[in-house]
Design a binder for this molecule. Structure first.
Ligand SMILES: [Zn+2]
Length: 313
């Protein structure tokens, strides 16, 4: 069994944005000659990011996010570019263009769609969705980090788009990933779900929050559940993770063993939080809950945290 086969069997691979077959060749990123050769290759493709919109095109009956690199760079003003690696033998890049190009490209018959909608509507195959997520997160990072955080001077992209260097104070800035813990507190035959006021009506999900400095994943999980729902937890178990490029997070999914029953809701964070029995969760997943309670779709890691709880019963 090779690495890719085993990776595809992991729970993480069932979430959206997680399957990414690119051979990153991170050790070649500083080899400017090699990357220039890849960019000059007639088969080189790029993924186009215009702010929050991804640019797609129709190819016969299907939709693709791949554009020939040379054709695109001949006609679009490139703000940033990164070498993502090889997809088979084909070099793949990501190109950032101005957000206001999205509307103009739509007028020309291309599609400009946000990445959530692309995932929800299943517009591209999972491996392409993973690549789009990588391209979006990396390009969004460049877009938001144009100045040195140390001295304020404009910084410059380097290492084929995987670093920014400050020419004034020589600080090197690396692409950022923000870890978020997303978790299900489980107590015997029930689990804790909450809903935020911004969720669609009757949707309940796992609780979540950013992991802070000086915290382990486990302590962040326990703190978030305690803060948002007043429930104390003990043992924490990691289940799966999901790249979440909004703008550049990694969701780390866990189950936590709840030690107390009483719920005290933090109304700033949640509109409601309740215990749901395993049978109820099963009906939520099947879309047959008597009160019409629903949970996030299978592209979201929360869905798999709930499904794992049901299947463990
Ligand atoms: Zn600087």
């Amino acid at each position: 069994m090779n690495d890719l086969t085993s990776a595809f069997q992991e729970l993480s691979a069932r979430t959206g944005y997680s399957v990414n077959p690119i051979e990153r060749l991170s050790e070649r990123r500083e080899d400017a000659g090699f990357v220039a050769e890849c960019a000059a290759d007639a088969s080189a493709q790029t993924l186009l990011v215009a702010g929050e919109a991804m640019i797609l095109r129709r190819e016969g009956e299907t939709i693709t996010s791949f554009f020939p690199l040379r054709g695109i760079e001949a006609r679009e003003t490139r703000l940033e570019r990164a070498f993502l690696g090889l997809d088979g033998k084909r070099p793949v890049f990501a190109t950032l263009i101005a957000p206001d190009r999205a509307e103009a490209l739509k007028q020309e018959g291309l599609l400009a769609i946000d990445l959530r909608s692309i995932a929800m509507q299943g517009l591209v195959p999972p491996p392409e969705l993973g690549l789009l997520a990588e391209a979006k997160a990396l390009m969004n990072w460049h877009q938001r980090h144009r100045f040195c955080a140390n001295c304020g001077a404009p910084s410059r992209p380097s290492v084929s788009g995987f670093r920014r260097d400050c020419p004034s104070c020589n600080t090197q800035h690396f692409p950022r990933t923000d870890p978020v813990a997303i978790m299900l507190a489980v107590r015997e035959d029930k689990c804790l779900l909450g809903r935020s006021a911004r969720f669609a009506s009757r949707v309940y999900s796992a609780l979540a929050g950013f992991i802070e400095h000086g915290e382990t994943i486990e302590s962040a999980v326990r703190r978030e559940i305690k803060e948002e729902a007043g429930v104390a937890c003990g043992r924490v178990t990691y289940l799966a993770s999901q790249p979440w490029p909004f703008p550049m997070s990694l969701m780390i999914g866990c189950h936590a063993e709840a030690l107390t029953d009483e719920i005290v809701i933090d109304r700033e964070e949640l509109e409601d939080a309740r215990w749901f029995s395993r049978a109820e969760c099963s009906s939520i997943l099947a879309g047959t809950h008597p009160q019409g309670v629903a949970c996030p779709a299978p592209f979201a890691i929360a869905h798999w945290l709930i499904r794992s709880f049901v299947e463990a019963g």
